[in-house]
Design a protein. Structure first.
Length: 149
């Protein structure tokens, strides 16, 4: 599983003109499930997201995690994080999980984050979504449960 994590002042996701998820200060997380991912991968990403110390402490150093600043997490399913664009100009999505596995692990990731005490908002799986955010920093962190980068 891969995740692109952005520190945000606010973020929301709209489907068919309706806001379906939003957070104020917190994290915007794009999550992409791979064909060989399991619950262990979702757990790894959840623990990393919850524990990332990317918020400033009173001294201006990035020492606090999202729960320590009272932030929320907006999680968006994004199979394109599994894209392979090393050859040619058209990315391959062969590494992306099929809808059944992807939905299951996306939902599990969100459940795990909630279980860690975080306020979680979500997009709509497989829907065309418009995501709006005001990035803070910008601070963007890439995570991969297989530790390929």
């Amino acid at each position: 599983m891969r995740a692109a994590v952005q520190r945000v002042h606010e973020a929301n996701v709209t489907v068919d003109g309706q806001v379906v998820g939003s957070v104020s200060q917190g994290l915007l997380v794009y999550a992409g499930v791979a064909v060989d991912d399991t619950e262990a991968d979702a757990r790894y990403i959840a623990e990393k997201v919850a524990g990332l110390r990317i918020f400033n402490d009173p001294d201006g150093k990035m020492n606090l995690n999202v729960s320590e600043v009272g932030g929320g997490v907006l999680v968006i399913s994004a199979f394109t994080l599994q894209a392979d664009a090393r050859k040619g100009r058209r990315p391959s999505f062969d590494a992306a999980a099929g809808p059944e596995l992807a939905l299951s692990l996306y939902e599990r990731l969100c459940e795990l984050l909630v279980g860690m005490g975080l306020a979680v908002a979500k997009g709509v799986f497989r829907a065309h979504m418009e995501v709006n955010s005001i990035n803070d920093g910008p601070i963007c962190v890439l995570l991969d449960s297989k530790r390929t980068f």
